[in-house]
Design a protein around this ligand. Structure first.
Ligand code: PLP
Length: 337
């Protein structure tokens, strides 16, 4: 594995050699297998191609200093995947089978788990492949579950550089009842507003605040910090309930922070960042500090002094230490593979 950051492949562009696969037909999931990562045959009438019946997950396995491999909060990701499948009326994978497939896929790709700060990113995906182009309002009776693995390094090119975030205070990221689901359609819905803001304002990500209410960005949750304080949106159906978010809030509470989960608006956020911090949390981003907020009229608001703040750095380091085995895991979040 290369150590030159310039030479590292972009996030998600490299897939590990092996993948897990299982099929659902006749009302039941069949036996899983591990096969070479390669194209799969698909009927052009497959439900997913027309009606977007698919959901996925994303989480990481880390190589610890002694060479052992540990996966982070796999159980939570399995449960979120099952919830996504349920809400999309896709066949729900059996938790035990999905866990077995993930562990087998990590094991089959053991040699391709990078050293920290890299990791093996796990990407289970389920899609409906019933060949029926007339089934717009009918669930797919057939499905495929694939567990992909990808060695990853940096998500945001530049690593810990403070991010520029566009504050979208009108449009939604996704349909309000589906924000909680990890499904491709949500990313398709966010694509237009994101590309537009990138072109107009040269930003890294969009913070969706429909009607002025702060939600989340295109692929990460949003948190505000001050010394001893955390503020983030309370859980509802409009956004994805990040496992990283949950981990950070749990750790912050244990460190004595006052953690507030509630609805708040753009005005309050702009007050907060005068002397506070803002950050994006997610499996890929871990915890990435925000340096600048760009408003609709092009006004640029500096967050704190414009650099990644001390609370962001401290919480990020504490989480990464658990994930990579550098600190004891008091929460039982890591599992040896
Ligand atoms: C829309 C969205 N929100 C939040 C997150 C963060 O979730 P997690 O911390 O479970 O990775 C993600 C995925 O990384 C995401 O795609």
């Amino acid at each position: 594995m290369t150590t030159n950051p310039q030479a590292r492949p972009a996030f998600g562009t490299v897939l590990a050699d092996k993948m897990g696969i299982a099929n659902f037909a006749n009302g039941a999931w069949g036996a899983e297998s591990v096969v070479p990562t390669a194209a799969i045959p698909m009927h052009p009438g497959a439900h997913v191609l027309h009606y977007a019946s698919s959901c996925f997950e994303g989480f990481k396995a880390y190589r610890w200093a002694d060479g052992s491999i540990h996966v982070f909060r796999m159980d939570r990701h399995i449960e979120r995947m099952r919830q996504s499948a349920r809400l999309l009326h896709l066949p729900v994978p059996d938790a035990t089978q999905l866990e077995r497939m993930i562990l087998q896929t990590i094991d089959a790709n053991r040699a391709q788990v990078p050293e920290p700060p890299g990791a093996l990113y796990m990407r289970p995906v389920i899609f409906g492949d019933m060949p029926n182009i007339g089934a717009a309002s009918q669930p797919s009776s057939e499905a495929t579950l694939i567990v992909l693995a990808s060695p990853v390094w940096d998500y945001f090119a530049g690593g810990m550089k403070p991010l520029r975030i566009y504050v979208e205070d009108q449009r939604h990221r996704t349909a309000e009842h589906l924000g909680i689901v990890k499904t491709g359609g949500n990313y398709a819905a966010a694509m237009g507003p994101t590309l537009e803001a990138k072109e107009r304002h040269g930003i890294d990500q969009v913070l969706f605040c429909p009607g002025g209410s702060v939600q989340e960005t295109g692929a990460a949750n949003f948190l505000l910090f001050r010394e001893g304080q955390v503020l983030t949106r309370s859980l509802d159906s409009t956004f994805l309930h990040g496992v990283t978010r949950d981990s950070l809030l749990t750790m912050a509470r244990a460190m004595g922070f006052k953690v507030e989960e509630r609805v708040f608006d753009v005005r309050e956020m702009l007050e907060w960042v005068k002397d506070g911090e803002a950050a994006l949390s997610g499996t890929a981003a871990v915890l990435a500090g925000v340096g600048t907020l760009v408003l609709r009229d092009g006004t640029e608001v500096r967050v704190g002094n414009g650099d990644v703040g001390p609370v962001t750095k401290k919480l990020r380091a504490a989480l990464v230490a658990i994930q990579t085995g550098a600190a004891p895991d008091a929460y039982g979040w890591t599992r040896k593979v």
